[in-house]
Design a binder for this molecule. Structure first.
Ligand code: ADP
Ligand code: MG
Length: 686
């Protein structure tokens, strides 16, 4: 149960003055649903205004506060035209205060003719006239205006204004209680960090690195602590020691020898599974590194030892593909493999569930449906989670493991994240790395091309398809709404279909599962030569004859994502090409990032360099793309503060594993504050 102390912070935003259903929507769009979210909605930056006596002293583009006397209101006539309030300064210089749409109501109300007001905003030029569009403040007395010469600039969504958001965060700050200190006193003193409530206040009041560091540190500490508790809890759980005799694995007839990295990883997994304590291991391997075979070996080992294994895939498509691949590879061993997804209903599903329970299924592959309550295993010994990063806060997933004995867990990911971020995402999970690609892979010829040359690209595509090969065409997810993205993908599909006819297939996230599968199946069978897709094909899909990948709006993707997409080609013996189409608006960093894609195919290197390149720059983008599990800490702070947070968390758990000391109690508050309370629940669940 959440400590009562935090209740005010978890009240809905609607409990604030002025927030009703209408304002709730845009707030939600920014992820602001509770008071806490608003308290943590820190400004992107601050504007500094200059106080001036009259407009002679102002320059265009400048942020000022100036006393003005209202002389006239000019309504625009039509509803579209702006509403202008004409005002003059002490010297008689005239300026228009311009309002569009509904905001004109504000202008009408706040600026009565003949009255003097202090107006804050940015000076613009409109024809010969000076103007301020939507003044940030209109105050009756100078002290109110002068008191706010430094103003925060908040991230906004449509339907919100700066003053609105500032007002709401202000209200939220008022509701922040004093919280007990969870940071180690030594750490706190060393950095001169303020107490939590002060830090929140200061974070909104001005550019204050110290306060923001503290808030970021809190988030990192909460995460590190929760991971540490998972790990500690896991250590105490009872699993089963699984030792295979190799009788099934020896029957495998793989068409290739395993790489050194694969053999090493399998040995590490074998070592873990032989222990009584449940394995908690991450298998990190670049796209195409051959993780599936490693998973198969581990699952066969479990079956040899008399247990069952389950493999969880993030999408229906991928589950199906794994089912087919693994059934084929494992055929000589005689193990019984089944597929279970959310689509299985009625008799078929019942029969699968029965067979799981009586042990006549050895290996189950599926989507999260395989962990629903109704699904019981006779003896589940191993859970493999493919493309772990797609499941959000990864550790929460590990808790879904039920049963008398905790199964061993092997999580697999192709996201080549930098080391610091690995620590952030997975804590001290044991890691096996497939850092060696199977031999004979050809480098993918990657080129960056301007979107202007679309026609040439399509001609090239035509030659490619005529030669008998297949291709992917990826449309970006860039717009505000999913529908717009979809429209863009459908438009591109239309264009390509007009040129290539019936050999073009389209997949996107809003298709019904059968339609999606049907399209994928047509492509995999070679009936469709060209697959137009949104990023749903990002993970796992394996069609060796597809040797051309076109990615539109490449600059909009994270490098890790581009790398994953590119990994869909270069899977067969033919030379593959990846064309990155870039828009016109490409900054220096954007240019360098795409150049990096051209230069290397090493996912880990891409990840490290991307981090370097972006440095503190594109933090927002990173946060939104879900590359890190953090909302407050940015990449730079993660790199700088995470190791310390990690050590701090470890110390705390070593000294007070039950979080029972006063500082431990405070740490519980912290976990709830960041909704890492699954960490706390472990303390009781045991
Ligand atoms: P990922 O790590 O991306 O999941 P996969 O397991 O899908 O990669 O493997 C990619 C391809 O490489 C598959 O076609 C697989 O059969 C092949 N492969 C896996 N291991 C080897 C190996 N040791 N030698 C050659 N090919 C391999
Ligand atoms: Mg895979």
């Amino acid at each position: 149960m959440r400590p009562d102390l935090l209740n005010p912070l978890f009240a809905e935003t609607e409990s604030l003055d002025g927030v009703g259903p209408k304002l709730k929507k845009p707030l939600e769009k920014l992820g602001l649903t509770r008071i806490r979210d608003l308290a943590y909605h820190l400004p992107d930056r601050f504007v500094q205004r200059r106080s001036i006596a009259d407009l002679d002293d102002a320059s265009v583009g400048e942020q000022v506060v100036v006393p003005l006397t209202v002389i006239e209101h000019r309504s625009g006539g039509s509803t579209r035209a702006p509403y202008r309030v004409m005002a003059q300064d002490a010297k008689g210089n005239v300026i228009a205060l311009t309002y569009f749409g509904r905001a004109s109501y504000t202008g009408r109300k706040l600026l009565p003719v003949g009255e003097k007001r202090w107006v804050a905003g940015k000076i613009d030029q409109y024809g010969q006239m000076l103007q301020i569009v939507h003044p940030d403040q209109v105050e009756e007395d100078s002290s109110a205006a002068m008191g706010r010469l430094l103003e925060p600039v908040y991230p906004l969504a449509e339907g919100l204004t700066q003053p609105r958001v500032a007002g709401l965060t202000h209200q939220a700050i008022q509701r922040c209680p004093d919280l007990p200190e969870w940071i180690e006193p030594g750490v706190l003193a060393k950095h001169g960090w303020p107490a939590w409530r002060d830090a929140v206040q200061r974070g909104h009041a001005g550019p204050d690195g110290t306060a923001r560091d503290r808030l970021a540190y809190d988030e990192l500490l909460a995460n590190a602590l929760a991971l540490m508790l998972v790990k500690a809890d896991n250590r105490q759980r009872r699993g089963q020691s699984l030792q295979g005799d190799g009788r099934l694995r020896s029957k495998l007839q793989l068409p290739f020898p395993l790489t050194g990295a694969q053999r090493r990883s399998i040995a590490e997994i074998e070592g873990d599974m032989a222990q009584q304590a449940p394995m908690l291991r991450l298998l990190q391997g670049d796209v195409g590194a051959g993780k599936t075979v490693v998973a198969l070996e581990a699952m066969l080992l479990a079956v040899e030892a008399g247990a069952q294994a389950a493999m969880l895939a993030p999408t229906e498509i991928l589950a199906r593909q794994h089912f087919e691949t693994l059934s084929r590879l494992a055929a000589p061993t005689g193990v019984r493999i089944a597929l279970l997804t959310g689509r299985d209903k009625g008799r078929a599903r019942e029969s699968t569930l029965m067979s799981l329970l009586d042990g006549s299924i050895d290996i189950l592959i599926g989507t999260h449906a395989i962990f629903q309550d109704a699904v019981s295993y006779r003896n589940l010994g191993l859970v493999v989670i493919d493309e772990q990063h797609r499941f959000g806060v990864s550790q929460r997933l590990l808790l879904t493991q039920k049963g008398r004995r905790t199964p061993h867990t092997l999580a697999m990911t192709a996201t080549p994240i930098p080391r610091t971020l690995t620590l952030a995402q997975y804590g001290e999970m044991d890691v096996s790395k497939l850092d060696e690609l199977p031999p004979g892979r050809q480098a993918i010829d990657t080129r960056v091309i301007s979107q202007d040359r679309l026609a040439d690209v399509i001609d090239g595509l035509a030659r490619h398809v005529e030669s008998g090969a297949q291709a992917y065409w990826v449309c970006p997810m860039v717009h505000e709404s999913e529908n717009e993205d979809l429209a863009a993908a459908e438009a591109r599909f239309g264009v390509l279909q007009a040129r290539f006819g019936g050999v073009v297939a389209l997949v996107h996230g809003q298709l019904k599962p059968d339609e999606k599968d049907a399209a994928m199946a047509r492509f995999a069978a070679g009936e469709a030569r060209l697959l137009v897709a949104t990023t749903v094909i990002e993970v796992g899909v394996d069609v060796p004859n597809a040797t051309l990948m076109v990615i539109e709006g490449a600059e909009r993707f994270g490098l890790a994502q581009l790398h994953q997409l590119r990994g869909r080609v270069g899977r067969g013996s033919q030379k593959s090409v990846c064309l990155l189409l870039r828009g016109e608006m490409l900054g220096e960093v954007g240019r360098q990032r795409l150049a990096l894609m051209r230069e290397t195919q090493d996912g880990f290197r891409l990840a490290e360099e991307d981090l370097q390149l972006r440095g503190g720059g594109e933090l927002l983008g990173t946060r939104q793309s879900g590359e890190t599990p953090f909302r407050i800490a940015d990449l730079e702070q993660i790199q700088r503060l995470l190791p310390m947070a990690h050590d701090d968390a470890r110390l705390l758990v070593e000294r007070d594993g039950g979080l029972a000391s006063p500082r431990g109690e405070a740490a519980r508050v912290l976990l709830y504050l960041f909704e890492r309370d699954w960490g706390v629940q472990l303390l009781r669940g045991g």
